[in-house]
Design a protein around this ligand. Sequence first.
Ligand SMILES: [Zn+2]
Ligand SMILES: [Zn+2]
Length: 434
Amino acid sequence: MSGGDGRLGHVITNPEGELPPPATAPDSPRRPKQPSLLQRPCMYLACFVKSLPVLFISGIVGWSYYAYVIALLLYAMMDNPIEQILCGILYHYFFIMFFWSYGMTIFTPPGRVPDNWHLSRHATAALSSAKSEDEWKETLAKVGSKMGCNTKQRSVQGALRYCEKCECIKPDRAHHCSVCEICILKMDHHCPWVNNCVGFRNYKFFMLFLCYALLYCIFIAATSARYFVRFWSDSLSLGTAKYHIIFVFLVSILFTISIFSLFWYHVYLVTQNRSTLEQFRAPVFEDQAADKEGWSLGSLNNFKEVFGMNPLLWPFPVSTSVGDGLYFPHRRAKQFNNYHSIANSDNRVAETPTRTLVNPIISGAGTISTTQTIHSSHASSVQQSGHISALSGTVSPLSATEVVLDTNGHTRTVPVHPAYHGIDGVAPSEVVIQ
Ligand SMILES: [Zn+2]
Ligand SMILES: [Zn+2]
């Protein structure tokens, strides 16, 4: 879209397709917008309307507690105390886990872009004054590099991803939510049923919320089905409690059907390491290739990235997701076998292996004992020992061990073949004697 002389008669647009913000004085302070007195009542009304789905769900579940515990457990099951106790324990487990997960999904902030990813006034002014798209991209690339924002994802036009509204560089997998009006880390979608965005910090809670909601509904339907049938087949009469049991059975069946497909859809997305947004639009990477599988590390690792390394904590809505939501391991960088990179969430390590030879000791026999450490983004480090002959200058490694992290995040030392020639077949750089 750049003109022949590099100047345009109209406003330059961001490669993401949005208009740039108006130019502001470089030193003007960044102030949050305060709603006017006239806007405030509308804002409160909007907040109330947005929280209606949460109130609706809470009301339904609150009523289901009365229907199940009072009408079914205490009245309908009064002749069978063992069934009463077992159903009472299991029901309260699902009820507590459901509300815990639901509350965590609602009240956990999904993940904001940190302040150091926001452009200064000076930088936004420089972007606004760009005369062509190429100049705009170049300026943004310089600003991003200066800020240390090493993202792997790019816009369709190959530029760094930039949010005009938040005036920030978007970290990988982050998107702007038009409801929350901020950029959300690893945004999945904005969910009206939790009145919150589902993003990096609450995605696990959202998955558990769906899981426990499904289990809660299936449990109620399964244990109330017998009584539901008895009301029609014999003259079991419990007064108004009978209607509560009938309705709680029907409502649980209805919710089971609606949650079932949503839950399994998100299980599929977790195993593919894909957000709902990425399912519809594949992320584009530095090499201009759109790759739906770009973030996938294999099903188990994908699951662990959301649920954490400790299986004991998987069923509980506590924060265990791996990483910081800014950087993610990347299939295209061949990092999928090494969970160390996820735990650190730091893709800024050099991807070219380098060697440093430390502490050479010259022995009386004319040989030098060496220990060298090889760093790469793939393996954590390789310790290699050997002797250098003073006469021939050749390295004769006697033994080499590699410290690696297994998929559980534990370190272990494994032997490396003496004729080690680098990582992944890439020849390491020259040995340097310090
Ligand atoms: Zn934004
Ligand atoms: Zn949102």
